[in-house]
Design a protein around this ligand. Structure first.
Ligand SMILES: *[C@@H]1O[C@H](CO)[C@@H](O)[C@H](O)[C@H]1NC(C)=O
Length: 215
């Protein structure tokens, strides 16, 4: 052990100098709040030690080529972060306790499946054969449960906006957009079959069945 000529000139009694140096070292060690618990301090360390490659992540070089790692790191040069519990499902430990999860997994330890774009409208993300998938409530469908289901269908170019509710194009009405709108009514028993278009009962004709044909 080389206790460096750090503290006192030779004139001071050696045993006092040694004691003071040790106290100083213990102080340094205890002050390192991230030192692992359970390691007996003071440990022997060489102030002249060199570590090549250098100790990373604030590790201390305690003997030639021996690093003492900060809490949360391990490896020859303290190059690896520790994650406890370990990152699951192929996650990578980025820094102590912080996992980077592969796509499809989430949670602190990548232990949960995750639907990357989320599940909407109350869908649940679950693993199906190891692949994250949204399970949608009835009346919603699509990969994210983003599409409403209209059991009655939406006809004539209507689109399903919410469960059972169609948004109808101009000129159509009704739950399934099945009713045409004729702004001027069809007269004489005619029927509005498509927007502003009447089907007339004989002998009537004309745009609104207002004309009576003369034979
Ligand atoms: C540590 O390494 C240095 C230089 O590489 C050397 O001078 C020194 O003697 C070594 N110390 C020990 C304790 O081996």
């Amino acid at each position: 052990m080389v206790l460096a000529r750090c503290c006192f000139p030779a004139s001071v009694k050696m045993n006092v100098a040694l004691l003071a140096c040790l106290v100083a070292l213990v102080g340094i060690c205890l002050a390192r709040s991230d030192a692992p618990r359970g390691v007996a301090v003071p440990f022997v360390f060489d102030l002249k030690a060199t570590c090549d490659p250098r100790c990373q992540h604030a590790g201390i070089c305690i003997r030639n080529n021996t690093c003492f790692c900060s809490r949360g790191y391990e490896g020859e040069t303290c190059q690896y972060a520790n994650c406890y519990p370990k990152c699951k499902n192929g996650g990578e430990c980025l820094r102590p306790g912080k996992c980077r999860c592969p796509s499809g997994f989430g949670g602190k330890y990548c232990h949960k499946v995750k639907c990357d774009s989320g599940c909407w409208n109350g869908g649940d993300c679950i693993a199906v054969n190891g692949v994250a998938k949204c399970i949608c409530p009835s009346s919603w469908t699509g990969s994210k449960c983003q599409e409403a289901i209209c059991p009655q269908g939406c006809r004539n170019g209507g689109s399903c906006m919410a469960p059972g509710i169609c948004s109808c194009p101009e000129g159509w009405l009704g739950g399934a957009c099945h009713t045409a709108v004729c702004h001027r009514p069809c007269l004489n028993g005619g029927k509005c079959l498509s927007p502003d278009s009447c089907r007339c009962r004989p002998p009537y004709s004309g745009p609104h069945c207002e004309e009576r044909k003369v034979f």
